[in-house]
Design a binder for this molecule. Sequence first.
Ligand code: SAH
Length: 378
Amino acid sequence: MTAVSLRMPAVQVPDLRDFTLPELVEWIAGLGEPPYRGGQIFRWLWKRQVDRFGEMTDLPVRCRELLEAQACVSRVAAVSVQSSQDGTRKLLLGLSDGERIEAVLIPEASRLTACISSQAGCAMGCGFCLTATMNLHRNLRPAEIAGQVVALQSVLAPGERITHIVFMGMGEPLANYAATEKAVRILIAKAGLAFAPRRITVSTVGVIPGIRRLARAGLGVNLAVSLVATTDEVRNRLMPINRRYPLRELLQTCRELPLPPRRRMTFEYVLMADVNDTSEDAERLLGLLKGIRCKINLIPLNEAPEIPFRRPSRQCIEAFQKILQRAGTIATIRESRGQDISAACGMLAVAETPLDTQHSIPYTPRCGVEQLGSSLGS
Ligand code: SAH
């Protein structure tokens, strides 16, 4: 006999955490409520992080009943937390359809950076990145992107506060542009999490239309471009996106971007032995970046059995950095954090293995989805 799954059908009501503040105001006004209710609800959802309409005590009972019938509120649930010796924490997060993603907390001297994902998996196919081996499962919704910050906040120790957010987890944010932009708007809203835009960085493989759109949106967030190679030949090989948006066009786009005073964009350069680590590469890199106010983040490759490249020697990495610095460029070496828990750059990938649900936070079934545990088969 075949087992029949008694899943509840998905309820087609909006998830209020997908809305930016103006969208929420418009939506609630469309139901005949006063527009200021939108602000009230937004504060409950993001500032106080309340998920249940019944707890939104400054809303009239009639309005709460309306919300129960017409809307739902999703939550990104922490399934497990892994802690690295260096203080980095990686969260495995469960989404309402059972999809899983990862997000990372990286403590540094005076900051605590949240590294969040924009997609479950990734379609970009970069040959040196472990997330690429998953392929794309699906785009994340705004609620699921911004909700990762709330999930990360829930595991902070007393006195800890997230100071910076980087879109450097799983996925390509600009290949999920609309949701990424909305998530940023939610994160920076004063009535919500109220992050300063200059403390948020969106990183991209170089999706030119997305870079232009993000600039036009005028959100004031930082841009990082994963450059990784200095010739089209090598970049085509490492990053398939380069065939669509080659180096010259990509850098011309960056050159034309309006940058606020004193702000620099970032170029990430993953260093791989005998691939892109020669002094000629360093010189070419300087040539390519001429006229762009930027800094360079050198990331020594994090190795994995699935990745057919190696990390250069320390000596080679430092020699590369020196060439850039001697020319007056800001070039830092990003010491990868959380390597012992596979939380380092390019190492985020969710295996299809049974989960450790030991530290899971109970998941409230809403929006017509089953309890997280059951959808994960535990
Ligand atoms: N898709 C976006 C956002 C992800 S950021 C982007 O690529 O920019 C992830 C960063 O980790 C990128 O700069 C990427 O180049 C880098 N990375 C990927 N695989 C890596 C690896 N194996 N070792 C070190 N860095 C890696």
